[in-house]
Design a protein around this ligand. Structure first.
Ligand code: ATP
Length: 893
């Protein structure tokens, strides 16, 4: 057991040296021998299971019932067709589901953990799956431990092991510990286990087990947690499906009653009832929406956003408050020191001199974890800027450390806002502390002025504060330095103040535009930062986030407030300065309390709770820790604020498209039900057969439905206010719109159905009465020596009109506020393709002989086609009239 061995023995055992790590060749060999460092995938659903899952749906049950009744009635063709359409639909569903799953899986891999390791004597970042036993892994706060490690080094290392032990308090680790006997996982403090995370400090370890051999690999059950998540919209659509199922049953029952009253043939009525039930159910809806969502997620990747949780796509469109970190997201995180303050004087950084300002330069360069060795810039931009400052006076960290080796430290953390390193300097011990000015100054009891150390006075403090404020108001980020002699404990009290530096971090040029676009879209941008109030406000003003100091609050002010008090005040606040990650949860709660839908960015370990508390947690792809990414709903691959704006616009577009698709598909169902119900109520035959309806619902309607789902987002999408997340799909006139279109399509279908009998009544010189139409529908004439069934003809007219009018309807649906002539037709090539294919398919089922037999349709003449297409254009005409009306009265829906 490695926890009972010394680190030297472990390394010997694994045949590796800590300073060099494995060679690439050796690592490759071990990877081939032992396989990748991955946990065996959770049991995937088999194709059969996926297929059966597609059939578990109220709508499908009703179709099965319809098929069964058809069999009883010896309508075998009907039954076969219904079943084949169900099967085809399920197959398409399976194909789409596996594609969507593969796409989402690929996205997850994009944000999967990496590991920082040492191989061939060089530090490198590799995918965690490529780790092998013997690899030397470097650990820092926020990293997920990628394999089981025997620790070799631990500096204040704390590991959060709840994934493994359930214990949520981070455990202190100690690389030097050697267990005398057996002990439980939680007590093996010289080990770090796969899937746990570094909460604090840093360390190094050697990989002892990978993949399924790790402790977490042994707990197989934990891997089978199901992560299938339906979005709120999908849940609502499922409910709608169920509701429509019930409606279908009620309609069928009502029809039956009516048929009995009318004294109709029961069997014929049963067949019609089945058709009606089929008409009431939007069979293609769920599949179309799933596909549109999956395509949407892929579209988000193009704007540098990885969606980790599907519901986020929808929630994004409803976001009303965007809380963003300042450094790196709103600003470029390209820091450069421009000003220095020491010996009671603010100077340009170019005036720095190592000989005169030795303590100042040494402190800032030594109390630093960044590195610029071999021309590689590794580390935090704030610290890199300090190394750059050192270079101005020909000082490097590596050079200084040769004579001033580090013997102790307290790493930086954003709650404490300080960092300390202790160095041996000849026979002396020097401890340097750098950090936020206001905090560091509070820890100083002395001051270093022109080479002399004196007690720090209030006057000194006032001078320092004035200098710092001046820098901060110029949007500089201020950092202070203090030191302490002869104390190797890295204690941060009783320091001697040395000086300040001010560094610029220019705002991202695109952030300003994004703030403005979001404002137009009714979304408030909030800046959250660990930085000083004045620096934060200066940058917030520049970006258009805040105008005055009253919109600013600091972490220490927040400490004085209760959650309720903040709830009341939060609406007026725009900048939260000097806050700790813990405050972020309070901020999210306050905005949520006021009814906002909040997105919150984060990168550190302590950001995880606020990312989870927000409606949309957004992690940084570049600077973000694994822990933050794991807790987030969405990851920005470029850490850029402007990406949030683009993602919100995409989210809005996707929701808008889904809404259009659903309303479009439902208006067709509604049209089918109304036309059939009214024909039957009038005592006529049904204008459509079940197979016609299934064909339209599943095939001809689905194509334009999908095309609507991938419509490019409207240019005005960011001019509207955010959507209320609880708002129904039928809000803002959606219901009236669906009903209106349903009635229109019903009227057209019915009109087309009656056309044929009326023409023939006229030809016979008979009066057009309901009785005569009924009679005529039952006739079979002989035309050109062939049977000419009136009902077949009438149904073909109705079927064609229904199918083609939906194709025209879809074109107008793309934008219900814009005329066709103002829409850019070629922006949505899928719609053009859907129209052409839909029309071709509709022609095929009435013109290709085998299909006409199956669909019981009759072939049409060119003139008939022309007429039917003209009738079918009415929905588009109606669209144009409504839009013209809206423009005239200046009303937008
Ligand atoms: P944001 O929260 O906008 O990302 P931030 O980088 O200022 O910005 P933190 O990283 O939490 O937020 O830093 C908080 C404060 O701690 C900084 O304003 C700075 O004064 C100080 N600080 C930042 N980095 C270091 C560091 N490496 N060493 C010492 N002090 C630091």
């Amino acid at each position: 057991m490695y926890y009972q061995k010394s680190s030297e023995d472990t390394l010997l055992n694994l045949n590796v040296q800590a300073s060099n790590g494995l060679t690439q060749d050796e690592a490759k060999k071990r990877l081939e021998e032992n396989g990748p460092n991955t946990l065996v995938e959770k049991q995937r659903k088999t194709i059969l299971q996926m297929f059966l899952a597609q059939l578990k749906d109220t709508m499908i049950y009703i179709l099965f019932a319809a098929a069964a009744i058809s069999v009883i009635l010896h309508e075998i063709t009907d039954a076969v067709i219904i079943l084949s359409i169900v099967v085809i639909n399920a197959v398409i569903g399976v194909v789409q589901e596996s594609k969507a799953e593969a796409a989402l899986e690929a996205l997850k891999n994009l944000s999967s953990p990496t590991a920082m390791i040492r191989r061939n004597g060089k530090v490198m970042e590799i995918s965690a799956s490529e780790l092998v036993a013997g690899d030397i892994v470097i650990l820092e706060a926020g990293r997920i431990i990628p394999a089981d490690l025997r620790l070799l080094q631990s500096v204040n290392l704390k590991v959060e092991e709840s994934a493994l032990t359930g214990e949520s308090v981070p455990v202190d680790k100690d690389a030097n510990f050697i267990a005398a006997g057996e002990m439980g996982i939680g007590d093996r403090i010289n080990m770090a286990y796969s899937s746990t995370s570094v909460a604090y400090g840093r360390g190094e370890g050697v990989v002892v087990y990978t993949g399924m051999d790790t402790e977490i690999g042994k707990i197989a059950s934990m891997l089978n947690e199901s992560v299938e998540e339906l979005t709120p919209l999908q849940k609502r659509l499922n409910d709608l499906g169920k509701l429509l199922g019930i409606v279908a049953i009620v309609i069928v029952a009502a029809m039956f009653g009516m048929a009995l009253l009318q004294g109709r043939d029961i069997i014929e009525m049963l067949i019609t009832a089945i058709a009606l039930a089929v008409a009431a159910i939007p069979e293609g809806l769920t599949a179309v929406v799933t596909i549109v969502l999956a395509l949407g997620v892929q579209r988000m990747v193009k704007v540098n956003t990885i969606v980790r949780k599907l519901p986020a796509v929808e929630t994004l469109g409803a976001v009303s408050v965007v809380c963003s970190d300042k450094t790196g997201t709103l600003t470029q995180n390209k820091m450069t020191v421009t000003k220095i303050y020491l010996d009671n004087q603010t100077k340009d950084v170019t005036e720095l001199s190592f000989d005169k300002n030795t303590v100042f330069v040494k402190g800032f360069v030594l109390c630093n974890d960044a590195s610029t060795a071999n021309n590689e810039r590794i580390g935090d931009p704030t610290e890199l800027a300090l190394l750059d400052m050192g270079k101005l006076v020909n000082v490097t960290r590596e050079g200084l450390e040769q004579t001033n080796p580090r013997i102790n430290e307290q790493s930086f953390d954003s709650a404490r806002k300080l960092m300390t390193t202790v160095h041996k300097e000849d026979s002396k011990v020097m401890s340097y502390t750098k950090g936020a000015m206001d905090i560091l100054l509070g820890r100083c009891s002395k001051i270093y002025l022109n080479g002399e150390v004196t007690e720090i006075t209030d006057q000194h403090k006032e001078d320092i504060n004035t200098a710092a404020s001046e820098m901060a108001r110029g949007a500089l980020r201020v950092l202070a330095l203090g030191y302490k002699e002869d104390d190797d404990t890295a204690n941060e009290e009783n320091l001697t103040f040395v000086g300040l530096i001010g560094m610029i971090d220019p705002p991202r040029p695109e952030a300003k535009d994004s703030v403005r676009v979001l404002e137009q879209a009714g979304i408030t941008t909030i800046m959250i930062t660990g930085d000083h109030k004045d620096t934060a406000l200066a940058i917030a003003k520049d970006l258009g986030i805040a105008e005055n100091e009253n919109q600013c609050i600091t972490g220490s002010d927040l400490n004085e407030l209760t959650q309720e008090q903040l709830n009341d005040r939060v609406r007026d606040l725009r900048v939260f300065a000097r806050v700790s990650p813990e405050h972020k949860v309070m901020i999210v709660k306050a905005f949520k309390y006021n009814g906002s839908i909040v997105s919150m960015t984060g990168d550190g370990v302590n950001d995880a709770p606020s990312l989870k508390a927000a409606d949309i947690g957004v992690a940084m792809g570049i600077t973000g820790t694994d822990v933050a990414k794991g807790a987030a709903d969405m990851v920005l691959t470029d850490d850029n604020f402007a990406t949030i704006e683009k993602a919100v616009a995409e989210g809005r577009g996707i929701y808008h498209n889904i809404k259009k698709t659903v309303l479009f598909l439902l208006s067709s169902n509604f049209g089918e039900v109304i036309s059939m119900f009214s024909a039957i109520a009038a005592g006529l035959a049904s204008p459509l057969q079940s197979i016609h309806i299934l064909w339209i619902n599943l095939i001809t309607d689905s194509l334009p439905g999908l095309a609507l789902g991938v419509d490019p987002k409207d240019t005005d999408i960011m001019k509207a206010k955010p959507r209320d997340p609880n708002e129904s799909l039928f809000a803002h006139g959606g219901l009236i719109f669906t009903v209106y279109n349903g009635f229109m399509i019903a009227a057209l279908t019915l009109g087309a159905f009656l056309w044929s009998p009326i023409i023939h009544l006229n030809a016979e010189g008979m009066a057009v009465t309901l009785e005569n139409i009924k009679w005529m529908l039952g006739q079979t004439l002989i035309v050109n020596g062939a049977d000419y069934s009136i009902i077949e003809h009438a149904q073909t007219y109705a079927f064609t009109t229904l199918g083609v009018s939906q194709l025209f309807h879809a074109i107008g649906m793309r934008n219900y506020d814009k005329s066709l002539f103002k829409m850019k037709m070629f922006d949505n090539k899928s719609m053009i393709a859907a129209f052409i294919i839909g029309l071709a398919l509709q022609i095929a089922v009435t013109e290709i002989p085998i299909l006409t037999e199956v669909f019981e349709t009759s072939q049409l003449s060119l003139k008939e086609w022309g007429n039917l297409i003209l009738i079918s254009m009415v929905p588009l005409l109606s669209h144009e009239i409504i839009v013209a009306g809206k423009n005239l009265f200046g009303k937008t829906a």
